[in-house]
Structures are given as structure tokens and as C-alpha cells.
Design a protein around this ligand. Structure first.
Ligand code: SAM
Length: 215
């Protein structure tokens, strides 16, 4: 039986999709080189685990393209002891990459089935500093706030206010903003002080929508 050489595929992905396409932060490159993406994709897609594209996971959701994961995480400039929140845990892959860079990672997923998958994938991979919760991530995870960095892995129509308020001063959030049918803008928000936030547009992206339980 032919068994794919995942390590070799991962090394190739890191050089062709990341290092050769503008990812500069060596810590991010090293983190992406360490996390076995094949653990986070469904069995039937394992051969494509390192393809330059998003892949389907359960519940009609996706695991994002490797370059997009690296780009968003690089934009957060995460330091070693950082406390990080991810909204939209999906398969748990991005949270695993974040855990290689940060002190602790809190990841929220609104689809129960996926939250359970993410938690078991992360446990199987030994990512003990990632905590997964099932719930509406637009409300954040106030018990562990404030965060040094927040990664929003689904597209919001507007930036959720609760998430801004859970950033530390100096903390950064990266969030795709836009309607569900069009291309969205990836926005980086930096908290300047109690009430001030700086906003930068980073790139055009396309994400599944962030679905809020708030009416
Ligand atoms: N980061 C994930 C990974 O590495 O596999 C991929 C995330 S996928 C592109 C977006 C995820 O956001 C989906 O799993 C979706 O269910 C989740 N999501 C959408 N709205 C949400 C919300 N309000 N709170 C938490 N998760 C949400």
C-alpha cells in the first residue's frame, strides 16, 4: 500500500507556499513546519493535507489554506508567553499552530460536532496548552480575557465589539470583515488604550461566515 510521506509534503508546503510567498517570521514558519496538518483533515482528504487550498471538514465548514493560516498568525506578532483567543476552531489546526508560538490558546467553535473533533484532534496531537469550548465566539471567552492576540477564523459583517473589549492594550486582533457572498477584507485591529483602536486593511480574503447567536 502506498503511504504518503507527510513530513516531506509538509517541508515542501513550508518552502513553496510560505517562505516563497512572503511569510517572513521564522517562528511562524517553524510552527507550521512542526504541526502535522494530516491529523486535522478528514481521512478521505489526507492525501491533500498539504495542498494549497482550503479543505472540507465536517458540518460544511473548512480548514483554511496553509498560506492564509500563516499570514494571519504572522500578522498577530505573537510572543512566547502570549494568551491567545481563536474564534472558529474548526478542525483545531490553527489553534495547534498558535500553541507552538504562544503560552496558552483558548479556541471557541459554535458547531458542537466540530468543537468535539477539534478537542480530540488536539488531544491526540498532545497540544495540552489549547483549551476548546463549544459556543458563540462573537462573545469571546471573558473568563480568560484580556488576550494578547485574537484570531477570528470566519468572516464577520462587522467587528464584534465584545472581542475588541477582550484585547489587552497593545494586543492585536485579525478578522476578515465583509458580506458572506463577496470577498472580505482582512482587518488588523490594535488596541491603543481603554477606548482607542487602530485599524489596518491587510489583504482580500474569502472565509465562511461568522454566525452570531446575538440578534
Ligand atoms: N481555524 C479552523 C481550522 O484550523 O480548522 C478553520 C476555521 S473555519 C474557516 C471557520 C469556523 O468558524 C467554522 O468551523 C465555523 O463553524 C466557525 N464559526 C462560525 N461562526 C462562529 C461563532 N460565532 N463562534 C465560533 N465559531 C464560529
Amino acid at each position: 500500500m502506498h503511504l504518503p510521506d507527510f513530513e516531506e509534503m509538509r517541508t515542501r508546503m513550508v518552502s513553496s507556499q510560505l517562505a516563497n510567498r512572503g511569510i517572513r517570521d521564522q517562528r511562524v514558519i517553524d510552527a507550521m513546519a512542526k504541526v502535522p496538518r494530516e491529523l486535522f483533515v478528514p481521512e478521505s482528504y489526507r492525501d491533500l493535507a498539504y495542498a494549497d487550498r482550503p479543505l472540507p471538514i465536517a458540518a460544511e465548514q473548512t480548514i483554511s489554506q496553509p498560506h492564509v493560516v500563516a499570514y494571519m498568525i504572522e500578522a498577530l506578532a505573537i510572543e512566547k508567553q502570549a494568551k491567545v483567543l481563536e474564534v472558529g476552531a474548526g478542525s483545531g489546526y490553527a489553534a495547534a499552530v498558535l500553541s507552538k508560538l504562544a503560552g496558552e490558546v483558548f479556541a471557541i467553535e459554535r458547531i458542537d460536532e466540530l468543537a468535539q473533533h477539534a478537542a480530540s484532534n488536539l488531544q491526540a496531537g498532545g497540544y495540552m496548552t489549547v483549551h476548546v469550548k463549544h459556543g458563540d465566539g462573537t462573545l469571546g471567552w471573558p473568563e480568560h480575557a484580556p488576550y494578547d492576540a485574537i484570531l477570528v477564523s470566519a468572516a464577520a459583517s462587522t467587528v464584534p465589539e465584545a472581542l475588541k473589549m477582550q484585547l489587552k492594550t497593545g494586543g492585536k486582533m485579525v478578522v476578515p470583515v465583509g458580506s458572506r457572498i463577496s470577498i472580505q477584507q482582512l482587518i488588523r485591529i490594535t488596541r491603543l488604550d481603554e477606548t482607542g483602536f487602530a485599524e489596518e486593511e491587510l489583504a482580500a480574503v474569502r472565509f465562511v461566515p461568522l454566525i452570531s447567536d446575538e440578534k
